[in-house]
Each structure stands twice: as structure tokens, then as C-alpha cells.
Design a protein around this ligand. Sequence first.
Ligand SMILES: Cc1cc2nc3c(=O)[nH]c(=O)nc-3n(C[C@H](O)[C@H](O)[C@H](O)COP(=O)(O)O)c2cc1C
Length: 423
Amino acid sequence: MAEVLKKEFEARGHSVDVEKVKPVKEHSFFAWWHIRMVKGDCEIYPPKIWDVSKYDVICIGSPNWTRLSLPMARYLQKIEGLKYKKIGFFATTAAPPAFEWYILSAYLLDLTFTRIIEQKRGRIVESILLSSILKNWGVDSKYGKRAIKNFCDKIETPIFPLKDYFLNRREIESNRLLVIAFSTLLVLSLILHIVLSVFNKGFLSWAQYFYLAAIFVFSILLLTAVHQRKIGILLGKYIGGFSAVLLWTLAMVFAQPSLGRVMILGYILIFILFGFFHNPKVVIFSGLFSFLGYGILFYTYSLKEILNPGLDLVLIGITCGAVASITGSLQKYHFSLLDSQEEIETAKVVLEIKVEARTKELKELAASLDEQVKVRTKELQEKINELEKFSKLAVGRELKMIELKEEIKRLEEELEKLRKHES
Ligand SMILES: Cc1cc2nc3c(=O)[nH]c(=O)nc-3n(C[C@H](O)[C@H](O)[C@H](O)COP(=O)(O)O)c2cc1C
């Protein structure tokens, strides 16, 4: 998969280095299972690349070992330079990817990877999961080729604002949590229904249970489709809120007065749960829908007796309002934190660019000064040579004059001597 991604990125004009993380000792499939469960750690050969800070994008891959594979977990503990880097995560699994991703263990795989990367302040831009065994979901399949293309497209997109990045991640995470919560509830409700019917204590008939199970399955499929397409992921929370209120209302209609008015608290629990998703609009949406649900309950003959709309509706309204306002202020606080972080990061990047530019300028200046000193030295040397030549000439002339003067003096003395001799 790493090689396929390398080829795809190179075809798009990028240069790619691949690092293979190897365990010191290889083991069989079952031995790895044993080590994974009992020891939970393994030694790896020291990789060539510990510090990845020089790369624009880092893609990290791992087989799905219900969580990260041990060699990759070991590598990620040590790896450096991930801060603010764009990161892509690719993984292989035995089961069909979508099934594994939403229902089985790939959720845990993604979770451990995300936690480690978040600790190192890296940013996971995209994840991809393919099957290593099933050809229809492998790298060479149509599904695999499309997934790899989408993965590379996403990795190539320029950096998006920090706020969008975190909101997007959060939306994806909460959608998957909703799918997991609904799937778990479906399985638990099935088990509960079977157990209760064995003891002849069931409070729902199989037909009634079927309606609830159908809504569960429909919501799971809808949430998965929304997530899979990655369009309007925010829609997932509304689907979740709507489904939760609908399921609860129907459960109340079916269970009838056996659980009493306490069941009204279920609506309140739904607001509180959806409050954790940091979106006041979703809480208000579930609140409005709860009023509608309550209306359905109120017009169900057998419940009319025990319901007290004056009290219940006020309770629902007040709790919904309170949860929405707390969620709203938390969201505002979260946004302002993200804005400040983005400002700091931008300032840091600008500062780094300025320091780099200034360093380059100074280096160029130093180089040009060197050049100037060389030219000046050469000019001075030429001047010195000229002066030396001149001084040699001037001094030579002076010496000759002295010599000639002495010669004249000597000749004059000789002439004087001759004159005296003649007379
Ligand atoms: C310890 C261990 C745990 C695994 N857990 C899962 C799992 O939960 N689900 C799954 O589909 N495959 C699981 N697998 C299978 C691996 O995902 C599969 O062997 C891997 O993707 C193949 O990649 P490879 O050819 O690089 O080894 C597990 C494998 C090992 C060794």
C-alpha cells in the first residue's frame, strides 16, 4: 500500500521517501496475537528517519491489530517533528474496510493513532483503510483505486483554517461515535429482548421490537452513508438527535405505563448527551422534536392518564434551554481558543519566514563584502606595485645624480691639478 501511494504521489509530481519499520524479531500470526495481548510491546530496528520535520506531508501506515500494530506503536512513540504537520493515515485490515471501520475494531485503531498524533500536535488530514485479504476491497480493486485517489486528493489540498480542521475532525468523530452507540444499543436491545422473552417477561412484543430495530438499522445506515460520502457530516448529529428522540418516543408508546412518568427523563438525557457534541443547534433541534414526540405520547390513549403536560413540557423546555446555552458558551470558548491558537501559529510561521529572509540577506551581504574586500585588496596591491616602481626609479635617479656630482668634483680636482702642473 505504501508503494502504491508512493507511485501515485510521484505521478502527481511529488518526491517521496519511504521508511519501512521492521521488528527485530519476526513472528507467526498467532505469536503476534500472543505478544499483542500479553506483552503489548516489541523491539524495532532503528529507522533511518526519526525526525520528519523536513517533509511537507507525512503518511503513516499500519496493519490493523485491533489497535495500532506494535512495531508502528513503538515507532510513533519515538518519531519527532510532527508538530503542525499534515498527516495521512493508511491501514490494512482483514475484514471489509467499511464494516471494520464503523462496526469492528478499526475504530480503536483510528482512535489510538489519533491520540498519539494529537499528543505530538500533528494534524490528520485523511485516513484510508483497505483489506489485505479480500480482493474486492484491496489496493488493486476498483474500490481501492478510488479510495487511494481520494486519499491523495485530500492530502494534496492546501492547508485549511485550524477551526475548520478541528470542527471537521470533531464532526467525523462524533458521527462515528453515534454509529457505534446505535449499533451497540441495537445489539444490547436484541440480547435484552431475547433474554426477557425466554423468562416470559418481555414488555415489548416481537412486532413492536421490529419497529424499533428497523429505526435503529435505518439510522445506522443513514449515518454511515453521510459519513462515507463526507458531505454535510454535520447532518449526522441531526439524524442522530432525530433518531434518538423517535426511538425513545416509540419505546414509551410501546412500553406504555409500565415504566411510568419517569420515562420522560429519557428526553432530558438525550439533550445532555447531544450537549457533549458541542453544538447548541443540535440540542435545540432535539428539544423541538421532543415536544412533537410528547404530543404523540399525549394523544396515545393509555398514556394520557399518567402524563402531566404542564409540568413535563416546562421541564423539557427548561432543560433543553439550559443544556443548549451551556453548550453554546462552551462552543464559543472552544472557537476563541482555536482562533488564538491559529493566530499564534500564523505569527510563528511569519516570524520564521522573516528570520529566514533576514538570514539569507545577511549571508548575501557577507558574501558581497568578501568580494568587495578582494577587489579593494587587488586595487591596493596594484597601487603599491606602481609606487614601488616609481620609488625605485626616483631613488635610482637621485643616486645617479650624487654619483655624477662626485664624478664632476673629481674631474674638477684633476683639472685643477693639471693646471697647476703646467704653470
Ligand atoms: C495481532 C493481530 C491482530 C489483528 N486484529 C485484526 C482485527 O481486529 N481485524 C482485522 O480485520 N484484522 C486483524 N488482523 C489482521 C491484520 O489486519 C492483517 O493481517 C494485516 O492487515 C495484513 O497486513 P500485512 O500483510 O502487512 O501483515 C490482526 C492481525 C494481528 C497479527
